[in-house]
Design a binder for this molecule. Sequence first.
Ligand code: ZN
Length: 364
Amino acid sequence: MSRSSPFTALAAGLGLVGSLAVSLYGRSAAQEIAFSGKNIAQLEELTRKDSNEATLRYYLGLAYWSKSKFDQADSALRLAVQLNPRYAEAYLALAYLPYMRRPSLFTEEIKDRVPDKWMPKVEEANRFYQRAFMINPLVSLQILSLAFPLDERGFRDYTSAESQMYELFVEGFVDLSKGRYATAYERLEKAMKVASAIVCTHEHQDHVGGIASAPDAAAIAKQVRLTREQLQSPKLERGEFRPGALAELAPLDYQGVYAVAPGVVVQKAPGHSPGSQLVYVELADGKRFLFVGDIAWSKDNIRLQRGRPGLATLLMKEDRPAVAAQLKALGQLPPDVHVVVAHDPVALEQDLAAGLYRQGFSGM
Ligand SMILES: [Zn+2]
């Protein structure tokens, strides 16, 4: 199961999304196209004729949303999941909706200062979010473009260093949020080629998939710093790598803690998998990040000190006491260390909205 650091994990995630975008679009494409261009009045008229159509309710919800009619959006989306209890996209929209109604909720959640009366909404949003991904791990992320209308690049001088840095590290997020999966994947691939090092929190396929499926394995082999434990792990899906690609990778050997680059340190943390490690990043401006891989499922695992359900742990063959001890240690970190849990897109998007990563990139 996966999360990753923005650099490596994202590459893996995007690889997955890119290759499966076709099947997503194939599902109910005709219906979606039929509804997606319509305005509120047209959609309301259609729902009067066909009140049991979940897709119609979903698009009506999005139409209300885009006009900031959040109460109506909420009702329409809830009706959509009542009509179709396996409507992953509608659950995902419901998960993001409270953050639209209360824009400060992102930062309040990051700072652990959610007002009491909003806590049930945040908890419900988390349940909707988990349900969306449980129903369909490849649920369309296009709702993100409504929730987070990221700016398109506004540079005048496209040859400037800032513009090129933006293109390399930020524009992929914009593409992703707009559903331009192939372009997002290409951008990540380009970033991997020029990276000085590519490290992974652990060896599960959803974290190393971007490396495994890189079209030009030779162009990234030098930068890939998979640890010996990761390369030797029974959890590494060797069959997913292009033929000969694994043999090209030199294992990274270290004990305890190792500095990969200035301000970037890895630390062994076996438990979720034999090759799990923490990736600590300290930027020149003093901002501190800890990429924890899959030690935690969501930020709530750390906040509430609650791990995965026993069955999931069993199926994953985790070292449960080790993971529990790690969760405890993560819960005691100083508040200025931003813990990045990459399977928690709500938290990830909050960090992005709060400017945490954008500032980091611009400082590079
Ligand atoms: Zn994992």
